[in-house]
Design a protein around this ligand. Sequence first.
Ligand SMILES: [Zn+2]
Length: 273
Amino acid sequence: MKTSIICLPLVTLSLLLSSCSTTPVTGRKQMNLTSESEVAKMSIASFEQMKAQMSISTHAAYNEMLQNVGERISQQVFWDMPMAEWEFVVFDQPEINAFAMPGGKVGVFMGLFQIVETEDELASVVAHEIAHVTARHTHERISQGMVLNAGSSLIGIAAAVSGTAALGNGTYINAAPTIMGLYGIGAGQVAQSWDQGKEAEADHIGIMYMAKAGYDPNAAIRVMERMVELEGGMGGNNNYGSTHPSSMDRLNALHSYLEEAMAEYEQAKAFYY
Ligand SMILES: [Zn+2]
């Protein structure tokens, strides 16, 4: 009986530590610290803040293109994000960039249209960004970021958890800057960076989403080819290139997904055309 008394605090402590670790296995436990609805609420608050801080493009053609893409892609990911309140916004920013947030908020910067000309090409970028969300890359980062922001002490971790709990009561004033920080979103910049494994995953999921939505998967290849070209011309210093590394590797990988995606596209085409 004595050992059980001694063990209990140790077990509690180890549970706390394991749920706050950044290793892949306990990374899953972190997900339990932030519920789906709380992550969505925080993201929506961040998006509202972005809309207030950055000017929104009134370019009619690009806005129409994005709304069309948004409607078709969001239909395909319905079962992956059933609670999403979809919103697709063109921000009047010169950078070549786009992002998607949990809760269904998608932003495209005007600069992206330097490498995106057609609706199919835009669909490839939007589908890729949404895939980062449905693959829960964003959730993982938010959970990790909360713990990192709180510091490594147990007291700090407890504060991060209670901060999350407070969100459930509708308080997310402090959460928005945190999420924006995790996305690296400030006026004029979005500095997301994912490791190569996550990029590959988002590319694969993304090209399947676009194909299912009736968009030609070859468009994803064209956009990536322009990325490679741009990186060569700018010494790899452009924004999208630096935040989405190894475009040449990604281009090669995209080619390997093409056959599977084309089969899906041939079926979807009958529905859309
Ligand atoms: Zn990406």
